[in-house]
Design a protein around this ligand. Structure first.
Ligand SMILES: *Cc1c(COP(=O)(O)O)cnc(C)c1O
Length: 383
């Protein structure tokens, strides 16, 4: 049976000297984030690689972990899949020649700073550079957390003007950083302004807040968001352990507000790079009313090689999902093409051969089937 742990156990509250009420307060969670070596030394049995990582990688991407997420870490095991996502390691300072500061080529597709317009009908709008916690493989570490090599320029007014004057944009994706870190009031203003643009049909928010800081998903936030439908949310979970009771309830509040939720995962070495973990994650997501949307091959971000898997491995995982579990539980595996080509779907090959007459297919068990193509000319046997 799948279990949803709670993080507000007496043991965890004691670890952070918190009352049950404080634990539920997202502002308290943000103020008490774990963010440096001296705090971490008291909480985890740190390895040399982690200690050096904490000292030497702080100029690239800040460290921050909410108490809620922190309590999911195994304090004794440096290979803990939760730990590896948020605790820096010295390997982050290694750079392979193919790695980039802007692996998806976003900066070249910005008509206005912070607004990425790569596809014909939709844009990515970066509205903040801060998150509740920082993922060590962040694809936008060049701007996210405020310590990296670039600063995210926020020119909302110029972005609104561009959107007003670009009628082919019908879909706006808010991201960053994490948009749900903005106050209800500012988010409401932002969404109201976007909703005033008649050709914008569809708005979505990319956020890891439901996972890092489920306490932020307050009834007030949900009441505000539901005024702006059709609104979708894409969350980001990588491991079944991240789906706690608190997270499940927060996702339930969003769903009850009429917000369809998808999940985006990143395939990460030693974290979720096997079929069993992916299957459990995707099935647990369905239990939380979340549809697995994308599984990303890890971008070629600087200092991420220790977390990247091979594409072959990714295909093998997809092979192990299709047919073996609910179709609803299966994400699309994609690679965001290095250099700015956008997302490219990657699938196991199910076509064995094809000619004008028929296509030979194989199913998930490896059995082969022929599908005859329709004939070009049909002869009617008239009397
Ligand atoms: C991912 C992304 C989108 C959205 O792509 P979908 O496949 O529609 O989810 C839009 N713009 C940019 C620049 C993106 O990276």
């Amino acid at each position: 049976m799948k279990t949803f742990l709670t993080t507000s156990s007496p043991k965890n509250l004691e670890l952070f000297s918190a009352t049950a009420e404080q634990w539920q307060d997202y502002k308290w969670q943000l103020r008490h984030r774990v963010s440096n070596l001296s705090q971490l030394k008291g909480l985890l049995n740190l390895s040399t690689e982690e200690k050096e990582g904490l000292l030497l990688t702080g100029t690239k991407l800040a460290t921050a972990v909410t108490p809620h997420y922190f309590t999911l870490i195994d304090p004794e095991d440096e290979n803990c899949p939760i730990r590896k996502q948020v605790i820096p390691r010295i390997e982050e300072s290694l750079e392979s020649p193919m790695e980039m500061a802007d692996p998806c080529g976003e900066d070249e597709h910005m008509p206005v700073p912070g607004l990425v317009h790569r596809y014909p009908d939709r844009v990515l709008f970066l509205v903040t550079d801060r998150c509740a916690s920082y993922c060590r493989y962040c694809t936008r570490s060049r701007v996210v957390s405020g310590v990296g090599e670039q600063k995210l320029e926020l020119q909302w007014e110029a972005a609104f003007e561009y959107l007003e004057n670009t009628p082919q944009v019908r879909d706006v994706l808010l991201s960053g950083g994490d948009p749900l870190l903005l106050s209800d009031k500012i988010l409401d203003k932002l969404l109201t302004r976007l909703r005033k643009i008649p050709h914008i049909e569809f708005v979505r928010i990319g956020s890891r807040i439901p996972v890092f800081l489920p306490q932020r998903i307050t009834p007030e936030l949900c009441a505000m968001l539901r005024k702006h439908h059709p609104l979708f949310i894409s969350i980001h979970t990588n491991h079944p352990k991240e789906l706690t009771q608190e997270v499940k309830e927060a996702l339930g509040r969003l769903s009850d507000s009429g917000i369809p939720i998808g999940n985006q995962s990143v395939l990460l070495r030693g974290i979720n790079d096997n079929v069993e973990i992916q299957k459990e994650l995707c099935q647990k997501l369905l239990m939380c009313r979340v549809k697995p949307y994308y599984l990303y091959q890890c971008d070629l971000i600087k200092g991420s090689e220790h977390l990247r898997t091979s594409i072959k491995e990714g295909i093998k995982i997809m092979e192990g999902l299709r047919g073996h579990t609910s179709g609803y539980a299966i994400p699309q595996y994609v690679i965001d093409a290095p250099g700015g080509g956008g997302k490219i779907p990657i699938n196991p090959e199910y076509i064995v051969s094809a000619d004008d007459e028929k296509v030979i297919l194989r199913n998930y068990e490896g059995k082969q089937y022929a599908y005859p193509e329709p004939r070009k000319e049909l002869t009617i046997n008239s009397k």
